[in-house]
Unconditional design. Structure first.
Length: 286
């Protein structure tokens, strides 16, 4: 082979090596980059890092001070499948944040400042399998249809939050759900929550740390495990009437009494009119 023929493969390999080297150097400041992975753990970042390679599949932002995830910058990472944002300062402005990362499979938002989850928060994550939103003490509301589009969701953790209620359909309608974390929340075990507790006993879902899934209110049921309290709740809800029930019954009784009184009055008037009319006819005939 001629010297020119040998130089071509060598030059091609040199150019490829330079291209790969340039990709490696394209890494956010204070982060480490490997093949398709960017790791910025514990770097005291205040903002979402810039210059993330567009082919990144795994992004780790754990243990920083990031309070905002820019939807536009995230949308550039169209191939992202793994996003770890635990232990940051993310708040309640996450609606439509993940609109451009539809391939995301794993999302960890634990140990943040989330306050609510709406339908618009995760509705675009059609491939999501694992979602961790535990250890958000200010998380007090999850909308009924918050996970309606996340039909592939298999692992959901909402432990150690401020939740007191969770609508049964929110999790019952997830066909692939196998793991659900509910421990150490402020569950209010009243008659409205009975349907959810019944679903827990009948479903095939595994509940981690089940010993710490307990009622917080009312006082009489505090610290009782939720599946075990089902029988007592059934009894309470069937035999006890609450204030609003008494008010409702009083209103119904008053309506029945009023309707009966009006009907009797109308019947009396009709009887009097009929009697008068009959008497007149008799007098005319005489």
């Amino acid at each position: 082979m001629s010297s020119s023929g040998r130089s071509r493969p060598l030059s091609l390999m040199f150019l490829l090596g330079m291209g790969m080297a340039s990709e490696r150097t394209s890494c956010p400041s204070r982060c480490s980059c490997q093949y398709l992975e960017v790791n910025c753990t514990g770097q005291q970042l205040q903002e979402f890092p810039a210059a993330i390679p567009l082919d990144t599949r795994q992004l780790i932002l754990a243990a920083n001070n990031v309070s905002y995830l820019p939807a536009v910058e995230l949308s550039f990472l169209a191939d992202l499948v793994y996003l770890d944002c635990r232990k940051n300062l993310l708040g309640d402005d996450l609606d439509f944040t993940f609109i451009g990362v539809a391939k995301l499979v794993y999302l960890d938002l634990s140990f943040n400042n989330l306050t609510q989850v709406t339908f618009s928060t995760f509705s675009h994550l059609l491939s999501l399998v694992v979602l961790k939103i535990s250890d958000n003490p200010n998380l007090v509301a999850i909308e009924k249809d918050a996970f309606a589009n996340n039909t592939w969701l298999r692992h959901l953790d909402v432990s150690r939050t401020g939740l007191t209620f969770l609508d049964t359909s929110t999790v019952r309608d997830l066909p692939n759900l196998r793991f659900l974390g509910l421990s150490d929340n402020l569950w209010h075990c009243n008659c409205s929550f009975l349907d959810f507790i019944t679903w827990m006993t009948e479903s095939n879902v595994h509940f981690s740390d089940a010993d710490n899934i307990t009622c917080y209110t009312p006082e009489g049921l505090r610290a009782l495990k939720m599946p075990a309290v089902e029988a007592q709740l059934h009894f309470n809800c069937l035999t006890q009437l609450y204030k609003q029930d008494y008010i409702f019954l009083c209103l119904i009784g008053f309506c029945i009494f009023f309707a009966g009184t009006v009907a009797a009055w109308l019947a009396g008037i009709c009887a009097v009119i009929y009697e008068v009319h009959t008497s007149k006819r008799e007098e005319e005939e005489d």
